[in-house]
Design a protein around this ligand. Structure first.
Ligand SMILES: [Zn+2]
Ligand SMILES: [Zn+2]
Length: 221
């Protein structure tokens, strides 16, 4: 499996967190599609690789350029995008996208998706965390550690959001650090505010995490 890091920052700084996962059979799965994602995909000529988009939740830093990607795929590439994860039907309708311009993910699409919902912003919508093909675990945005879950144990590689400064809507790095070593060493950190990046990088190095995602990086396993 090959993973391109399209962006790895939070909602309000840098480049929105998004990964492009290429499966062993050649399908391209984009995880989240925030407002900085489409320009980054275009700049890196990655759009033709995308067959499926999985959305963790509806916040703009996870969906902001989804409608543009759907239309570009349809009109420029003649491709109907497949969308899974949280239901984006109403969001896309509001953005003027017809239900026939894309279609929901089906079991037969060649990517196995397992999900569970997690808290994110207190008293607001839930986030959907995703285990893809039984091996890539993507937290989306959540305010507690998912490193103690069955998905984390089963995954070959984990992408978990974090912050250095405590925050009610995101997972503090101290909480992730409670996980056992064999979980931490397959966990890449993402969704980090730019101003906290240096502190998170040092913490990750000193505490046995796989690393901190960087825009443009490719992870191969
Ligand atoms: Zn976010
Ligand atoms: Zn969010």
């Amino acid at each position: 499996m090959k993973i391109h890091v399209i962006g790895a920052n939070d909602a309000f700084s840098g480049y929105n967190t998004s990964l492009l996962y290429q499966t062993d059979v050649g399908l391209g799965v984009l995880l989240d599609c925030g407002f900085t994602v489409f320009p980054e995909l275009q700049r890196n000529k990655l759009i033709p690789l995308i067959d499926i988009v999985l959305i963790s939740h509806l916040h703009g830093d996870h969906t902001g350029s989804l409608s543009t990607l759907v239309l570009y795929s349809k009109y420029k590439l003649g491709k109907q995008l497949i969308i899974g994860g949280v239901d984006c039907t109403n969001l896309l309708r509001i953005m003027g996208i017809s239900d026939t311009s894309w279609r929901p993910l089906k079991q037969s699409d060649g990517v196995k998706l397992e999900t569970f919902e997690t808290p994110h912003v207190p008293n607001e919508e839930l986030n959907t965390s995703m285990l893809v093909d039984g091996k890539l675990f993507y937290s989306g945005d959540t305010n507690n550690s998912l490193l103690n879950t069955d998905f984390a144990k089963r995954a070959e590689v984990i992408f978990h959001e974090t912050t250095f400064i405590k925050n009610p809507t995101h997972t503090n790095i101290d909480e992730l650090n409670n996980a056992p070593y064999n979980i931490k060493n397959k966990t890449w950190l993402m969704h980090v505010p730019q101003r906290e990046l240096r502190a998170v990088r040092i913490f990750a190095q000193n505490n046995g995490f796989a690393g901190v995602c960087v825009r443009g990086q490719t992870i191969q396993r």
